[in-house]
Design a protein around this ligand. Structure first.
Ligand SMILES: O=C(O)C(=O)C[C@]1(C(=O)O)C=C[C@@H](O)C=C1
Length: 302
């Protein structure tokens, strides 16, 4: 049976995302984001499900760095989950001296912890569910977890619906080795990572290739190229699908300007938001303009 390796253990937000994206695949928890990517690269799993972006804390850097290096993986689908947390503990609130969770989760409940558990020290765990496991083992007193975690780790529920920022969301990717791409839907996202040359205007040139084709960006993140102080690679997400002429044209131009571009996927957006189309930048405009140039070259039009 095909397998999806997800950032676990059981009871993470990522497991919920993987469930929503899985067809008949079996779900296998792994301890880290990097282990999920490695299991696909080694052929031990057919796909990996990992978090990529949170509306409060921003990029999930382990995912970005893991996609920029080693064998290419391509995002074929995404899930967007509302994020609010439960606080689980072995005993009562009075006994809580340590609270563990994933750094993204701790950052999303900082105010709540200051108000409700001001004496407690925060401790970083590899994931929200790993924090619950550590509480069960007696290593820490409380864990900030996904609401589903209590179904796997029967701890005391000290609080539910905990979130400093209402309506927080995390976006997750389903990644596979390069292969057949999902069909375009009109509400798609394309992702690339590019290492712009270290010279004046290099990043602006890349972004201009997108802007002049009327392509709307949805995310731009910089990550250091490790071992090269001061050098960065740029993760760029934008509306549209590589099958569309305007997106294909933009990717060709990026490749022309920068030989270090990696395609990270074109897939339907989980929020279903259709691509913004600027005047003169619809796919038909690109197709018709190319047909005109072809006719000019054949000497049929002027
Ligand atoms: O999937 C989980 O539960 C995680 O621990 C990861 C993660 C994240 O990386 O952002 C997922 C969603 C929440 O925003 C907090 C933590």
């Amino acid at each position: 049976m095909p397998r999806i390796a997800y950032f676990g253990p059981q009871g993470t937000f990522t497991e919920q995302a993987a469930r929503s994206l899985a067809g008949d695949e079996e779900l296998t928890p792994v301890e880290t984001i990097s282990a999920a990517l490695t299991s696909v690269r080694k052929g031990e799993a057919d796909a990996a499900c990992v978090p990529v972006e949170n509306s409060v804390e921003g990029p999930v850097t382990a995912t970005l760095d893991g996609l920029a290096e080693e064998a290419p993986l391509v995002a074929v689908a995404e899930a967007l989950l509302p994020v609010h947390f439960s606080v689980l503990a072995r005993e009562d609130v009075e006994t809580v001296r340590t609270v563990a969770s994933h750094p993204h989760a701790l950052a999303q409940v900082r105010l709540w912890l200051e108000r409700n558990l001001p004496e407690a020290r925060t401790v970083v765990a590899s994931s929200t569910a790993a924090a619950a496991v550590a509480v069960q083992r007696g290593e820490y007193d409380a864990a900030v977890t996904a609401p589903v975690a209590v179904e796997h780790y029967p701890l005391r529920v000290l609080a539910t619906g905990v979130a400093d920022v209402p309506d927080a969301r995390t976006r997750f990717l389903l990644l596979r080795p390069p292969g057949r791409l999902p069909e375009p839907t009109g509400a798609d996202r394309t992702s690339i990572v590019a290492a712009a040359a270290n010279r004046t205007g290099a990043l602006a040139e890349l972004l201009t290739e997108l802007a002049t084709r009327g392509i709307n960006l949805t995310r731009l993140d910089a990550r250091p190229i490790k071992g090269n102080f001061g050098m960065y690679r740029f993760f760029i997400d934008f509306e549209g699908h590589v099958a569309e002429p305007r997106i294909g044209g933009a990717l060709a131009a990026l490749r022309r300007r920068c030989n270090n571009v990696r395609f990270l996927g074109s897939h339907p957006r989980a929020d279903g938001v259709a691509a913004t189309i600027e005047p003169g930048a619809a796919n038909d405009d690109f197709v018709n303009a190319k047909a005109w140039v072809d006719a000019v070259r054949r000497g049929e039009l002027a």
